[in-house]
Design a protein around this ligand. Sequence first.
Ligand code: PGA
Length: 348
Amino acid sequence: MPPGVLTKLNRNGIQCIASVTLLQRFPYHLNHHTIPTMDHNRPTVGGVTAEVLKAVVSQALLGKFTAVFPKLFKCQWKTYEGQKKFYANFSTDCTDSNSNNMSRKFCVGGNWKMNGDQKSIAEIAKTLSSAALDPNTEVVIGCPAIYLMYARNLLPCELGLAGQNAYKVAKGAFTGEISPAMLKDIGADWVILGHSERRAIFGESDALIAEKAEHALAEGLKVIACIGETLEEREAGKTNEVVARQMCAYAQKIKDWKNVVVAYEPVWAIGTGKTATPDQAQEVHAFLRQWLSDNISKEVSASLRIQYGGSVTAANAKELAKKPDIDGFLVGGASLKPEFVDIINARQ
Ligand code: PGA
């Protein structure tokens, strides 16, 4: 059964879309009903379109479900307390513990790296402002620090803005560094940390990156936490071991994962034109999901978004986006081009 499905309950003219969680919870509701695939082009709340969620909840609050599912609701719905309890469970199911990927908002980051000038940034901003961007995709632009304020003024306000690095303390004698407090001060709301270029070229360790993440989160920034194995590590069969080690370091310092997105970026695929195949990427994403479940919690495993990064283009984004554990992309080269719009809209 596809994630996020629709069932039409024609009795009483009530229409209801049930998420997979609801299906698992009350599977017998759906017997004998036609179940078409949910319209993923509509904005969703916890994997259910907002209109339908509203309808379901308002019907539920009106007690009309009792008429539709008499057996199930008979006891729960006799009292107002019972209704409130059901409503509370319903909300929790839809937002927190749904383990299918439609419940995690697709998130696409553009990592401009050390590229761009005022002219080209104005052009990119114009392209993004005039395009129809999927409202179900969260977009974050990782801009060189010196242009952050300039980009903030030109980019559509619903797009997030990220620094590409930030130090682990708020201020002090750290020549050349910027702090999360400074990023926040000029209107950035995200920071990309632990990118493989920071690790390999600037010698950043797992431990330092985790400290940076801890401090950025404490300062109220959202964090794109990058991980990924090198070609040698992959060829030596150490991919899982390496990404688990990198995740372990983050987990030592991150206690609340709500404002974290993990970007899995195999180093051999970054800037090389050599994308991981959708199956290769999915395999590692699924491993990470399991790792989170075993080492953090089932809730974090179900809700944490894991982006894929490494030579994502308009040509390969759609296939990658179909994989159940790929919740978005971190895009380098292609984020500087108009095709970034198609990558943002890969789920459409
Ligand atoms: P790429 O870079 O898309 O140019 O491969 C990805 C990244 O480094 O985040």
